[in-house]
Design a protein around this ligand. Structure first.
Ligand code: NI
Length: 193
């Protein structure tokens, strides 16, 4: 359909809780097409509806690295029904151009969602894979949570954000996550980077 403008950190809609989809209407189908067009145009791996200004519970992921391995997955009204383990994940976000920092994530997630036809599916992603981390990142966007809220070191994160001309980490949203942090420190192999 069309490539949309990705809203940047500081835009209020990124902090809003998105609404459930009640019907896979034409509007929702267009939204999903726009998410994919924008995702591929920006070389991202995941994009959530609030990032193109629609506060609906929809995100798309494609962790395929080239046209041969393309694997688009659409998530509508997703729920994370199981999460385990902990991993250090070095992440960025299309709403934070060129800003990357270390964040805490679960190693494994099981997610339940609807596809574009409204059919329910269950997907498991583990071993701290890019898919597992991406699902958590995009899911957060639907609740107004941003990757920097999970940062392991706010001073490092602030430095990177300042270099990119972005506002620093907001203490109001900063997540403590002592259990995840403890597990990451106990298992050096959980250091993804
Ligand atoms: Ni993001």
């Amino acid at each position: 359909m069309s490539v949309k403008k990705v809203v940047k950190y500081g835009t209020p809609s990124l902090r809003e809780k998105s609404k459930e989809v009640h019907k896979i209407s034409k509007k929702v189908q267009i939204l999903v097409d726009d998410l994919y067009d924008t995702l591929y145009a920006t070389n991202g791996v995941g994009l959530a509806a609030p990032q193109i200004g629609e506060n609906l519970r929809v995100f798309v992921i494609d962790v395929g690295t080239d046209p041969k391995t393309m694997n688009p997955i659409t998530f509508i009204n997703p729920k994370i029904i199981k999460k385990e383990g902990a991993i250090n994940s070095y992440e960025g976000c299309l709403s934070f151009p060129d800003a990357y920092t270390n964040v805490r994530r679960y190693k494994y997630v099981k997610v339940k969602a609807l596809d574009i036809k409204g059919r329910p599916f269950i997907l498991e992603a583990g071993e701290g894979s890019l898919l597992a981390r991406c699902i958590q990142h995009e899911f957060d966007h639907l609740d107004g949570i941003l990757f920097i809220d999970h940062c392991r070191n706010r001073f490092d994160a602030d430095k990177v954000l300042a270099e990119k001309g972005l506002n620093g980490v907001d203490s109001k949203y900063l997540l403590d996550e002592p259990e995840l942090e403890e597990e990451i420190q106990k298992n050096p192999q959980s250091e993804e980077k």
